[in-house]
Design a protein around this ligand. Structure first.
Ligand code: NAD
Length: 495
């Protein structure tokens, strides 16, 4: 774990102006435009990034294509790719303190969580796919004796990666690592408000021996660089995590350009369901509070809808309130903070808009609901709970992506299932019960990519992550994710 001394030594490091990373080197944007990097810790700029444009995306895609065609990565032995990627994982671990603090200055996640979720988890993901890639075989088809059907797995070509700001390194690695391991070349478009760690990752990849052009990073605004990547005629696939509206655009861009495949990991409105027989209501309340409020609720799988069975409602809510008010919100670079800053002033305003509407629609504010620590200049929000939320309210239907929990009461299992499934999303969920049959019935009945039982979050790289319905399609993590970055080619040989 990182120490407070290490954090304090790194928190003021000069970052300066960061360029793009194309063809193995830092380079300025074609037009030289920049964007300030504002820290949500204190609302102050502390660096700048290149404000890339379509010409920069084109340069990056050309560099990726040339590297792909050259074959020094794409046609290399998997054992070589493994060696380079393992080296990259080691370099990330070596620079974990630096990467963690840099990322927190950029997006405000509390350092305790960021340290594990960003550099350490990214390194783990890269090592996982590196170790896997020389164990993946092609197939021989079960044909008649007079033919031989060989099924080859080939890389797709150039893969575009677009990620959000909540965990750019971790989510980036979920896509970059399997794409690279499979032999693809990659162009990354980081989120405009948290680009710094992905730029650093590209430098470390170079140091690890990744050939020039195999991993490129173009910073800039989503509507400019993201759109250019989505529309590019020479990009074979886009792996995206972010909001539903941008996901829809990417599908349109694909239809309007070269029919590139698009993998979407989108938002959620995940139900966390507490039955009366939940083992340890107090513990369930603590985990549930963490499951919505850590990283200021800016977690795609956050349990943002809490459904509590009526007979334990009052007891559970008392425990939840006590767990919530114990959370210390503050400087994300202070190890004693449980919850850091909201990622930007805009996101904070958006959250407060949800609070105002929930109150106006008749939900009852239990705690929070306001900006705090305004004197720091940063964007901090009190963990917020509303009860008496009903299905028609905005808070029951739309993703806040902030520290705002909506609570509903239910009587029967059927009612819980109906409420749980009555959103357009289907990303995560949880069920708290001591009854094995109830747990299994709920796992089958809930429409979601993951159903936690008697816990919330924490799933590791060995299991897939992704949603159903409007939470998207395609899965990150596990060996299943590797398949997205391969094409199948058949050789049909007459004998
Ligand atoms: P966003 O959709 O606004 O942005 C995501 C990325 O898309 C950013 O890099 C942005 O620059 C880029 N982008 C924006 N406009 C674009 C355009 N027109 N064309 C191409 N790219 C464009 O999302 P956000 O606000 O950064 O992140 C929050 C959202 O991400 C939430 O909805 C959250 O649920 C979702 N999310 C999902 C997961 C998951 O695994 N399912 C994980 C984390 C976050």
């Amino acid at each position: 774990m990182i120490s407070q001394n290490a954090i304090d030594a790194l928190r003021k490091t000069e970052i300066g102006a960061r360029g793009l990373f194309i063809n193995g080197a830092q380079t300025d944007g074609t037009e030289g435009a920049t964007l300030p990097v504002i820290s949500p810790i204190d609302g102050r700029p502390f660096a700048s990034i290149a404000d890339g444009n379509a010409a920069d995306i084109d340069r990056a895609v050309k560099s990726a294509r040339e590297a792909f065609d050259k074959g020094s990565w794409s046609r290399s032995a998997p054992a070589f790719r493994k060696k380079v990627l393992v080296r990259l994982a080691e370099l990330i671990e070596k620079h974990a303190d630096e990467l963690a603090v840099l990322g927190v200055r950029d997006n405000g996640t509390e350092i305790g969580m960021a340290y594990k979720a960003e550099p350490l988890s990214a390194a783990g993901t890269i090592r996982y796919y590196a170790e896997a890639i020389d164990k993946i075989y092609g197939e021989i088809a079960p044909t008649a004796d007079n033919v031989l059907g060989l099924i080859h797995k080939e890389p797709l070509g150039v893969v575009g990666v677009i990620v959000p700001w909540n965990f750019p390194l971790m989510i980036g690695a979920w896509k970059i690592a399997p794409a690279l391991a499979a032999g693809n070349c990659v162009v990354v478009k980081p989120p405009e408000i948290a680009s710094l760690t992905l730029l650093r990752l590209a430098e470390l990849a170079s140091e690890a021996g990744l050939p020039a052009g195999v991993l490129n990073v173009v910073t800039g605004r989503g509507a400019v660089t993201g759109e250019a990547l989505g529309l590019h005629m020479d990009v074979d696939a886009i792996a995206f995590t972010g909001s539903g509206p941008v996901g829809r655009r990417l599908l349109e861009y694909s239809a309007r350009s070269n029919l590139k495949r698009v993998f979407l990991e989108l938002g959620g409105k995940s139900p966390n369901i507490v039955f009366a027989d939940a083992p340890g209501l107090k513990q369930a309340a603590v985990v549930s509070a963490n499951g919505i409020f850590r990283n200021s609720g800016q977690v795609c799988v956050a349990g943002s809808r809490l459904l509590v069975q009526a007979s334990v409602y009052d007891r559970f809510m008392a425990e939840l309130l006590s767990a919530t008010t114990r959370l210390k919100v503050g400087d994300p670079l202070d190890l004693s903070s449980d919850v850091g800053a909201v990622s930007s002033a805009e996101q904070l305003d958006k959250n407060l808009g949800f609070v105002a509407r929930a109150a106006a629609e008749g939900a009852r504010l239990v705690t929070g609901g306001e900006r705090i620590l305004a004197e720091t200049g940063g964007s901090y929000m009190a963990p917020t709970i509303f009860e008496n939320v009903t299905q028609g309210m905005q808070l029951a239907r739309e993703e806040v992506f902030g520290p705002v929990l909506g609570v509903m009461r239910f009587e029967t299992e059927e009612e819980a299932v109906r409420l749980a499934n009555s959103t357009v999303y289907g990303l995560a969920s949880a069920v708290w019960t001591a009854n094995l049959s109830t747990a299994h019935r709920m796992v089958r009945a809930i429409n979601a990519g993951v159903v936690h039982v008697n816990t919330y979050g924490g799933a590791d790289i060995t299991v897939p992550l992704g949603g159903v319905k409007q939470s998207g399609f395609g899965r990150d993590k596990s060996l299943h994710a590797l398949e997205k970055y391969f094409d199948l080619k058949t050789a049909w040989i007459a004998l």
